[in-house]
Write a protein that binds this ligand. Structure first.
Ligand code: BES
Ligand code: MN
Ligand code: ZN
Length: 497
């Protein structure tokens, strides 16, 4: 799909679908007024008839308007198109627009919506939200169906209509960024949706290598179990011990910045299936534990976006990947293992495996002398209890880094919320037999998981995103969401600015 920003004459514009805003009290945006005039007052009559009330999220598709060349006109409600609206409401408008375009099966669309004022947002932000929403909704996952149906969705081209030069400049940049971010999001969703029998640790390694082959600024290195053993990564290896699939530690080095520039490290949890191991999970809904590699998928997504944007920074994408299975050689509750850092860990629950793979990867990350390390993990069910499915959890040992990630999440409409962490919580991880236990009791499960990771992240600025509630949808719309690729991409964009 192609994203474009350009100025144009509404009258002469050819498009399968021209989108304009209408308000709650029958107000018409400037673009809607112009079309209304050309079409002999049709929009005014439709509003008067009450077919669309102009509320956020509402839309109405009109056909066969006279006086214009566009095949359809989509009216979308912005409630008050003569006043500034909230960013969250504009996103609702963008999503409703995207859904209506998809529903109608349009081949292309032109969005004349930049005239809508939005609190604290410029034309760049508005254009990016519009394009990102349209791009994101234009997704299907049918590669595993035998009757494939149409291979691709009809939407080919989305244009943001601009009114002047400065707007076009901002919208063009937004179009480039949105394009890269959408392809990162789709990459993450595809990987997340693939089942555990296809998307194994070695599959992720191959995908990372292929990404590096396509991009001269990116190189990829994969450590296998033998190499990890030599490095003393017994914590990571304890997770794959019961599985026939070998664990992999994947590193993708992106060199866009100067040689000495310290890299940002993005580290993803890549458990390609989490059965719980010997601490076996209950059966209901266990299939969804194929999504336990969505942190890794978001790193692949963010690296894809980064390569497409070609940002002038250094970034290392890391993926700690294993399959967590029971078996004759699986790790047992009570086992004590020695991590790469030298710290010993009592594995009280083999289902708390994410932190076990991540802690060795964090120690490994020290060698990159990182400016910051951000890990992304479907780490705790407790995070869903705390924050539900709307907002990701955030834990950090550095206020400035936490603030940057929070801000990136807000501006990318992919929010994260910081949880506290202090020594009181750390005590919950005390073990009678080792330096640290891998679970911290019933209370504050997301925080104690963060506390565990923090012990392996003492040498750098570090933040942890718990995406257990946000990485995928359950129920009828079951599938990976692609979060938090938008947040991570925004964080990288902000770091490059
Ligand atoms: N991958 C799960 C966390 C998870 C559960 C994410 C459900 C999304 C939905 C993780 O490995 C896990 O099993 N965590 C345990 C930790 C507990 C044993 C301390 C959990 O949350 O129950
Ligand atoms: Mn688990
Ligand atoms: Zn897990």
């Amino acid at each position: 799909m192609e994203f474009i920003a350009k100025t144009g004459d509404l009258e002469k514009l050819t498009s399968a679908c021209l989108v304009v805003a209408v308000g709650e009290k029958g107000q018409l945006s400037a673009a809607a007024t112009a079309i209304d005039k050309l079409a002999g007052g049709l929009i005014s009559r439709v509003l008067k008839a009450g077919d669309i009330k102009g509320k956020y999220g509402q839309s109405l598709m009109l056909h066969g308007l006279t006086g214009i060349k566009a095949e359809r006109v989509l009216l979308v409600g912005t409630q008050q198109c003569d006043k500034a609206i909230k960013q969250a409401d504009f996103i609702k408008v963008a999503r409703a627009t995207a859904a209506a375009i998809k529903q109608a099966g349009c081949k292309d669309a032109t969005l004349a919506l930049l005239g809508q004022a939005v609190d604290g947002a410029d034309d760049y932000w508005k254009a990016r939200q519009l394009l990102q929403a349209t791009g994101e909704s234009n997704y299907q996952f049918n590669q595993l169906k035998s009757e494939k149906g149409p291979k691709t969705l009809p939407l080919r081209k989305v244009t943001v209509l601009t009114e002047n030069r400065s707007q076009t400049g901002q919208a063009k940049r937004a179009a480039e960024h949105a394009q890269a971010i959408v392809s990162g999001i789709h990459t993450a969703r595809d990987l997340g949706n693939l089942p555990g029998n296809i998307c194994t640790p070695s599959y992720l390694a191959t995908r990372a290598k292929n990404l590096a082959k396509k991009n001269p600024k990116l190189s990829c290195k994969v450590l296998d179990e033998k190499q990890m053993k030599a490095l003393g990564m017994h914590s990571l290896l304890s997770v794959s011990a019961g599985s026939a699939e070998g664990a992999k530690l994947i590193t993708m080095e992106y060199k866009g910045g100067k040689k000495g520039d310290r890299p940002i490290v993005l580290l993803g949890k890549g458990i390609t299936f989490d059965s719980g191991g010997i601490s076996l999970k209950p059966g209901a809904g266990m299939d969804e534990m194929k999504f336990d590699m969505c942190g890794a998928a978001s790193v692949m997504g963010a690296m894809t976006t980064l390569c497409e944007m070609g940002l002038p920074i250094n970034v290392v994408g890391m993926i700690a990947s294993a399959e967590n299975m029971p078996g004759p050689s699986a790790t047992k509750p009570g086992d004590v293992i020695t991590s790469m850092s030298g710290k010993t860990i009592e594995v009280l629950n083999t289902d708390a495996e994410g932190r076990l793979v991540l802690c060795d990867a964090l120690t490994y990350a020290e060698r990159f002398k990182p400016a910051a390390v951000v890990d992304i993990a479907t780490l705790t069910g407790a995070c869903i209890v705390a924050l539900g499915h709307h907002i990701s959890g955030l834990i950090s040992n550095n206020d400035a880094l936490a603030d940057k990630l929070t801000a990136a999440g807000i501006s990318a409409a992919d929010q994260a919320w910081r949880l506290p962490m202090n020594d009181d919580y750390q005590k919950q991880l005390d073990s009678n037999f080792a330096d640290i236990a891998n679970i911290g009791g019933p209370g504050a499960g997301t925080i104690t998981a963060g506390c565990f990771l923090a012990r392996f992240a003492e040498k750098f600025d570090w933040a942890h995103l718990d995406i257990a509630g946000t990485a995928w949808h359950s129920g009828a719309k079951k599938g990976a969401s692609g979060r938090p690729v938008a947040l991570l991409s925004q964080f990288l964009l902000d770091s490059a600015a």
